[in-house]
Design a protein. Sequence first.
Length: 251
Amino acid sequence: MHNLVIDIGNTNSKVAVFDGRAIVYNEAFKEITPELLSGLIEKYQIVCSTISSVGPELEEIIQLLKDKTVYFPFSTGVNTGIKNNYQTLATLGLDRWSKIIAANHYYKGESCFIIDAGTCITYDLLNAQSEYFGGSISLGIDMRFKALNHYTGRLPLVDWDREAERIPEGTDTTTAIQNGVLQGVINEVEGFIAQQNNKNKDLRVLITGGNGAFLLKQLKNSIFAPQIIHDPYLVIKGLNEVIAFEYVQKN
């Protein structure tokens, strides 16, 4: 059975097709169109679908999914066996909840600290008892560069090399900004991991998001390296688990 999952984020939208729990198609787009989805539904003979969006729901897209597939609405009310203690479910990001659902399935019985380095950097803990209490939301890397430029009179908007192995030393204004932002992010991430290690035994650290590969590269020689797993597909895996859970519930 092929499932279609759609994750509409702040920057890009991801579309994936699962055959069971195997990803057979995965691509990012600036815009999702009905024509794109219709083609995928026909090509892969999609049976079920769901969507996660950080913004307003797309009525045309959802109607298409309802017409051509078995559509399962996704919300923070969908629960696959997690004790959700978040106090404002209406404001909990669906992408954050989807990652928690994925961690609960793939790492059942383990304490998982999920770091998503995207437009924002989010930190979420699912403990070994499948309990979720929330986490932290911080500025993303690109947002930090833009903030320095926007809120100062003379600091330039600086780009950065996502493929670089080393963070540059601050020997001029440009590299000083790069060093401050990038090393600041790494120090923040290491601080959060150290804090969670003090609270949770045998912690597994899951890194995801568009800038996840950069974090992984910078942390590969840290004391935390043995704990870290880079999984860029956590959100879409969680959405697929929602379909699997809901399909069983209704059949």
